[in-house]
Structures are given as C-alpha cells and as structure tokens.
Write a protein that binds this ligand. Structure first.
Ligand code: ZN
Length: 414
C-alpha cells in the first residue's frame, strides 16, 4: 500500500512567512547573507522546528545543519534531503527555503501518516549556497562533497579581508574544518526540492519538474595584450589591437557553443574590460570573463578546447599575447535513475503532472552528487522570477512538491 502523506500546507506557509521575516532588510525583501545576524537567527528558528519534530540536530564546523529522523535500521546510510536558507541581498522567500521547510514538512507528513522509515531520513541545511560573502557558491556542499580543498577554503576572504576561519568562529561554528567532508556513501541517496527559477513549468501548466541533469559552469578569464598607440597616428598595417583580437575570440567561443550539436551547450562572455578605454587610443589590453555551461562535461570541455585553439590562432596571426586562467570548472551531474523512477511513480500516485527537465542553474545537489546518487524536484515559480522580492510559488505548487517529495522519501527510505 502506498503511503498517503498528509501535508499541512497552512502551517508550512506560516513557517515560510516567519522565516521570511528574518531579514536584514524590511520585509518583503529577504536579505540573509551567511553568518549575518539574520542568518544566525534563521538557523535558530529552523533548528527549533526540527527539534520540535523530534529530529536529532547536529551542526558541522562550517555550519551545515543535519537533522535526522532515525530509521528502524539506524546503521543503514540515510536518505538525504534539503537545501539552503541563505539569501542574496534583495531576494525573495522561496529560493532554498522550500527545500528546507518543505523537506521538514515532508518528514512531518510521513510521521502523521504513521510511516516508520527503515533508513534514517536526514534533512540538510547547507551553509552559504549563495556566493555573496566569499564569491563562491555552495560553500557548505562543496566542503561536504570534498570538492573544495581545505587549503582553498582557508584562502576564502570576504570584502573586508576577513578569512573563513575567523568568520565561522564569530558565528560560533568551531571544530576542525577537515571534519566537514562526508565520506562517499554517507548518504544512500539525496533529493532536493527547489523552485524552478525558470518559466517553463508555469508556462506549460505542469506541476513538477523531475531534474535529469544539473548543468555546471566553467569560467575562464582571458587576457589579451596587444600594443597601444594613437588612433590617428598609427596606421592599420602592423597594429596589435587587443580589442579586435578579443572580438575574434568572442565570436569563436559563440560559434563553438552553437556547433556543439546540443541545445544544452551555452557560452557567454559577460565581462569585457578595455584598456586604456579612450576613443582615440588603440586598445592595448582586454580582459574577458567567460561562462561555459553544459549538462555533459566532455562536450563542455570541447568548447573550452576550441577557445584555447582560437587563442593560439589569434595570438599567432595578430601578434598579441593571449593568456587564459581557468577560474573554475565544476563537473555537471547526471541524476540517479532510481531516484527519478521513485519521483515519477510518486508523482503518478499523487495525480500530479510532471516533465523531465534540466537544471541550468546549479544547486547544492551538484556537489552532493560527488558523494551520493542525487536528483532534484522542481516546482513552478511565477514567471520564473527568482532572486527578487516578488519571487512567488503558490500554495498549491508547494503542496504538490512537498507531497511528492514525501512519497519519494518514503520509497527511498523503505
Ligand atoms: Zn537556491
């Protein structure tokens, strides 16, 4: 017999609203930067909710919170769920929080149904999914997934030049940072509920997105050094115009992404700084910042290779010096077929429409994928708006997501 979870959507909405009140700015604006007073108050609120649900709560050395509902076979690896509660400045109330408070409500709805999981179910509240403080996203899950080395973590600094170690101690998170990394196999499976942050589900009138792939960005900085000079005095033969060279590289990158053979390949040059930046001066230096994403790591790397080849070619033909620096290249994740099957069966049981889709933004699940099979469950959000105060998901959408998450967790935890 299938479990029939009983979701109390009104108390969940009250909790989402109460959490949204905990902000560094006047509601409805949600600003909750990691380790700020608001972030610490929000954590305390969520912790109290978890404890009143009889979950065992622990916090690791970086502030990731893990709240466990013990299964009848507590030695088995737990099934994980969760997301984040930190918010960028001027954000809304659903990004991340739907996966945290919705995850908690999924657990409670199973408790109300009299369900006893065989495996423990562990709710995770990740530290600093947003890059606001340290310039790097998914700090907590990167460290849990052992993606970010300890040396790299210790180099992180905020804009006032305070180090991670100092800031986490001020927030009273102590203990060895080495202990944050979880061993592969710690989680049996991990599933994250999240708003789509795109418009497709709402446009198509579909209740749920079953995420099959999480795309991941690679970012490269490209510096082109040419030769400056007077825009009138210097004739065209023999010029080494850094911006003209950069223009070729931008188009080469665009063409490499367009000809990858897959719609999921995207490449963007979002920053182009020109020196000295005067109308009557030949550009001597250009800095480009590129973002290259795909759901397939090898295909994305071929675009990066094409960019490198274009750099060598342009450098040789134009006599400019081109250097590249790989800022980051997180591997994309392919979601687990067993979790997808459980989500699909759960959506059918609940009478909810669904489609399989790609997450083009990245999430904590991308890094949990390094140590566990993962999948994500998307609910619609109005017009795809996110990271703004008018971000909105309807009670019906949230209730459907929590219901199907609960059914999924019941299947996975057995
Ligand atoms: Zn999020």
């Amino acid at each position: 017999m299938a479990i029939e979870p009983f979701v109390e959507i009104h108390s969940l909405l009250d909790e989402l609203k109460a959490l949204a009140q905990i902000s560094e700015e006047e509601p409805p604006v949600v600003t909750r930067v990691v380790f700020s007073a608001a972030d610490l108050r929000a954590r305390a609120y969520v912790q109290s909710l978890c404890e009143s649900t009889w979950l065992t709560v622990r916090q690791d050395a970086i502030g990731n919170m893990l709240a466990r509902w013990h299964g009848t076979e507590p030695d088995l690896a737990p099934v994980g769920t969760g997301s984040h509660i930190d918010a960028i400045p001027n954000a809304g109330m659903y990004d991340g929080t739907v996966g945290v408070l919705g995850g908690l409500e999924a657990i409670r709805s199973l408790q109300r149904a009299g369900f006893h999981p065989r495996r423990s179910i562990e709710l995770v509240i990740f530290t600093s999914e947003e890059p606001t403080l340290f310039g790097i996203g998914c700090l907590g899950s990167r460290m849990m997934g052992n993606v970010l080395t300890l040396a790299a973590a210790l180099k992180l600094r905020d804009k006032q030049d305070h180090g991670l170690d100092e800031l986490r101690s001020q927030a009273r998170f102590t203990g060895a940072l080495e202990s944050v990394a979880l061993p592969p196999g710690y989680f049996h499976q991990f599933v994250e509920l999240h708003i789509e942050q795109g418009p497709l589900l709402e446009q198509e009138g579909i209740d749920l997105g079953l995420v099959t792939h999480i795309a991941a960005p690679a970012s490269l900085r490209v510096t082109i050094e040419g030769e400056g000079g007077h825009a009138g005095g210097r004739l065209m033969p023999g010029r080494k115009d850094a911006l003209a060279a950069a223009a070729e590289l931008i188009l080469a990158l665009e063409s490499a992404a367009k000809s990858s053979g897959a719609i999921d390949t995207v490449a963007t040059v979002g920053v182009c700084e020109v020196f000295p930046g005067a109308v009557n001066s030949i550009p001597s230096r250009v800095n480009l910042e590129t973002d290259i994403r795909d759901t397939d790591g090898a295909r994305r790397n071929r675009v990066i290779d094409a960019l490198h080849a274009a750099c060598s070619d342009v450098s040789a033909r134009r006599g400019v010096t081109v250097t590249t620096e790989l800022v980051n290249a997180d591997p994309p994740a392919t979601c687990d077929t067993a979790i997808l099957a459980a989500m699909e069966a759960s959506a059918q049981e609940a009478g909810r429409s669904f489609k399989r889709m790609v997450s083009r933004a990245y999430h904590d699940s991308l890094f949990m994928a390094r140590i566990a099979p993962v999948a994500m469950l998307f609910i619609p959000c109005r017009r795809g708006w996110s990271h703004r105060p008018d971000e909105y998901a309807s009670p019906e959408w949230i209730a459907a997501g929590v219901d199907v998450l609960a059914r999924t967790l019941a299947k996975l935890a057995g």
